[in-house]
Design a protein around this ligand. Structure first.
Ligand SMILES: NC(=O)c1ccc[n+]([C@@H]2O[C@H](COP(=O)([O-])OP(=O)(O)OC[C@H]3O[C@@H](n4cnc5c(N)ncnc54)[C@H](O)[C@@H]3O)[C@@H](O)[C@H]2O)c1
Length: 341
């Protein structure tokens, strides 16, 4: 038999192995997994080594997507859930990504989607509050400026709201900004990362180009053009798809990138910082309760909300245009939940 010290060491090693297995167990649920974003997002999450179990839910088609994705040779398990299996899909989820809802058609703003998507997001949030209130919820469904307050208000009503765990996914704006800046400067997009703050629609999207090495020299008409492109880049896709929807592939990439950041934060990785639309103190004194800025992610979700840092006169102007629109979008979401009690 083992000597006592050897036995103790063996026991400690066993405990370590067990606890690292437990820590490594990360179930991610995708609500709306059968859609244009949901399918490639599920594929990319299957490739993420931080995901151990993938739960795919939709009112249509999720079991098929799950069967397909489940054949990919990565370690995570995948299960699909039909329309009447939402609770089972949510059971034990640590991270929930929501791309459920209708996308834009040409000529529509994100706010035009409110009537349909508000109730979809509210009902999904009510189920999350009941089944997996401790999960980190990443909202992709538009209008994000309103759907994030809808999730928050629904959680408040259920008595489970923790502002550290509700996120609006604005990563596509960050992805586009790096790509567009790289196109005009010939920099590698990974070196042209731009902090994009504010909200996620048109004038509420505020890129802080002055804070990046490659962006600070951009001026005049080139500056006006790239700011407009970052704010309205989604329209390029909506127009090109000509009625068949909005960004799905780039959005799936952005959604998977954001989910990966949340998972790394949950696992205790230090220094995971990315812009995301959260309950924020930055402009709360002006009645803007939610705002996207650089956020440090940690084991409980939001760890620290970074201030904006120094802004140029142009960026101050963009911010001044953003805040009133954002305030209206947020109020619309809050009122929706409280009026449809
Ligand atoms: N945050 C962003 O940057 C961003 C970017 C692009 C699109 N979006 C938004 O993402 C959403 C989805 O876009 P898409 O192109 O994938 O649309 P889509 O129509 O292709 O897919 C949406 C899916 O949601 C499902 N769905 C509808 N109601 C549901 C419910 N109650 N529960 C579960 N699933 C439900 C549908 O069955 C469908 O499969 C839209 O609101 C769109 O505006 C956000």
């Amino acid at each position: 038999m083992f000597s006592r010290p050897v036995a103790r060491a063996a026991l400690a090693a066993q405990k370590r192995a067990f606890s690292s297995t437990v820590r490594a167990s990360e179930k991610v649920a995708v609500l709306g997994a059968g859609g244009g974003i949901g399918q490639p997002l599920s594929l990319l999450l299957k490739l993420d080594p931080h995901v151990t179990s993938l739960s795919l839910y939709d009112i249509r088609g999720a079991p098929g997507v799950a069967a397909d994705v489940s054949h990919i040779d990565t370690p995570s398990t995948v299960k699909g859930y039909a329309a009447d299996q939402l609770d089972a899909a949510l059971e034990g989820a640590k991270v929930i990504v929501i791309p459920a809802g209708v996308p834009r058609k040409p000529g529509m703003t994100r706010d035009d989607l409110f009537n349909t998507n508000a109730s979809i997001v509210r009902d999904l949030a009510a189920a999350i509050a009941r089944v997996s209130p401790e999960a980190c919820v990443c909202v992709i469904s538009n209008p994000v400026n309103s759907t994030v307050p809808i999730v928050a208000e629904t959680f408040k009503k259920a008595g489970v709201y923790d502002p550290r765990r509700v996120f609006g996914v604005t990563t596509l704006d960050v992805v586009r900004a790096a790509r567009f800046l790289s196109e005009i400067t010939s920099a590698d997009p990974k070196d042209a990362v731009v902090t994009v703050v504010g909200g996620h629609s048109g004038a509420t999207i505020v890129p802080l180009l002055s804070q990046t090495q490659y962006g600070k020299g951009v001026a005049g008409e080139t500056y006006e053009k790239i700011v407009h492109r970052i704010q309205f880049g989604g329209d390029e896709v909506v127009k090109a798809k000509d009625g068949a929807g909005s960004a799905t592939l780039s959005m799936a990439y952005a959604g998977a990138k954001f989910a990966n950041a949340v998972l790394r934060g949950l696992k205790g990785e230090a220094g995971v910082v990315t812009p995301t639309f959260v309950k924020s103190p930055l402009f709360a004194d002006q009645g803007v309760e939610y705002f996207s800025s650089n956020v440090e992610l940690g084991p409980n979700g939001v760890e620290k909300i970074h201030p904006l840092g120094p802004l140029t006169a142009e960026e101050e102007k963009l911010l001044a245009a953003c805040l009133p629109d954002l305030k209206k979008n947020i109020e619309k979401g809050v009122q929706f939940v409280n009026q449809t009690a």
